[in-house]
Write a protein that binds this ligand. Structure first.
Ligand SMILES: Nc1ncnc2c1ncn2[C@@H]1O[C@H](COP(=O)(O)OP(=O)(O)OP(=O)(O)O)[C@@H](O)[C@H]1O
Ligand SMILES: [Mg+2]
Length: 347
């Protein structure tokens, strides 16, 4: 029985746009479908800043078409176009106008090393010559004031804007500056929103190439508020190799998809321990789960960070490892992460 055009479109609906929950048909990326006997010809035109997305879509679309019963020949034309620079239209409200790229660091699970990654990513971007700010949006457990070695408190300028504090050459803002370290933060939803809004609107961030946003763990209100208030250019998801962390990483990914924030990729932290004496590598928490999960979810894998006691010491002492041991394997992994982030947002 001859195959119909509708069946072909239905099959293409299984192909999700990488990093998003919507399929390429509902996005309008399928330009034409032609069926002649057992031969199918499809034209897809994608607009994306991520060339890997083009490859993934082409591969998945081909697989979906070839799997259709009755199809013997597939002709697929997949054109990828980078988005044009923003047209002259004036956005409704400009948030953080002096900041070029806003990148969030997130995780579904707590304690996987989000703040460590955020701090070192900020420093690695800075080493690449960028001006960088770091917003600690983890209002429940702020830690960047300590990790970044900020000794001053924020001051207020003549325009009554809060000035971020310098930490290792990065402009840092954290609720940790304003809190009693011994008191837990017990906030209700509206207060969370207000605090985050102040961090975005009342802080004089100035001109920055990057603002790295350290999100609180999980996928609740605070995370959603930030992702809705800041026009994020992308998010990096941190995971550890254990299955529990990987399950939560998927939830993190789903949250960004819901609010249409591109997921730049996934990074696996604490992936193996390399003995400082003999150099032997021990995979304490298994290995490779981050890469596999990233592949399954169709997002780039951005590398793995080894377990290194110098990371703990650096974080506690206010000199993250990229600054304290720039030649270590972990620092190199962070520098590669920064390069990958740069490539993706600049595209
Ligand atoms: N690769 C690593 N090697 C060794 N220790 C690490 C590594 N990554 C993070 N740590 C340590 O693990 C602890 C937790 O890290 P971190 O605070 O960055 O996690 P987090 O995800 O931000 O946590 P939270 O969810 O509480 O905000 C810290 O003490 C940190 O120094
Ligand atoms: Mg943290």
């Amino acid at each position: 029985m001859a195959i119909s055009e509708a069946e072909v479109r239905e099959a293409l609906k299984q192909v999700k746009f990488p990093g998003l929950s919507r399929d390429i048909v509902s996005f309008g990326f399928v330009r034409s479908v032609q069926v002649e006997g057992d031969a199918v010809a499809v034209e897809i035109a994608l607009t994306t800043a991520n060339p890997q997305a083009g490859e993934t879509v082409e591969r998945d679309a081909r697989a979906a078409l070839e799997a259709l019963p009755g199809v013997r020949e597939v002709k697929l034309d997949c054109a990828v176009q980078a988005p044009q620079n923003a047209p002259a239209a004036v956005p409704a409200r400009r948030v953080l106008p002096g900041v070029r790229y806003k990148v969030a660091v997130a995780s579904g699970k707590g304690g996987v090393g989000k703040s460590t990654v955020a701090a070192n990513l900020a420093l690695a971007l800075k080493r690449g010559g960028a001006t960088v700010g770091l917003l600690d949006a983890d209002i429940y457990g702020p830690s960047q004031q300590m990790m970044m070695g900020c000794t001053d408190k924020p001051r207020v300028n003549a325009a009554e804007k809060i000035l971020p504090v310098d930490g290792n050459g990065v402009a840092v803002m954290s609720l940790g500056f304003l809190m009693d370290p011994d008191q837990p933060v017990i906030w209700r939803g509206p207060m969370v929103m207000k605090a985050l809004q102040q961090f975005i609107e009342d802080v004089e961030w100035g001109t920055l190439d990057y603002l790295v946003v350290d999100l609180p763990p999980g996928t609740g209100d605070a995370q959603l508020t930030i992702t809705q208030q800041v026009p994020l250019d992308g998010a990096v998801i941190v995971t550890t190799p254990q299955d529990v962390a990987l399950i939560d990483a998927r939830k993190g990914l789903a949250m960004f998809q819901k609010v249409n924030v591109p997921v730049l990729g996934m990074i696996e932290n604490m992936s193996a321990f390399v003995c400082p004496h003999c150099g032997e590598r021990s995979e304490i928490f298994k290995h490779g789960g981050g890469r596999r999960t990233a592949e399954q979810l169709g997002v780039p894998f951005l590398g793995d960070i080894p377990i290194d006691p110098a990371i703990v010491l650096g974080g506690d002492a206010g000199t993250p490892i990229v600054a304290s041991h720039p030649d270590s394997a972990a620092a190199k992994a962070f520098l590669e992460l920064a390069a990958a982030v740069r490539r993706q947002v600049e595209r």
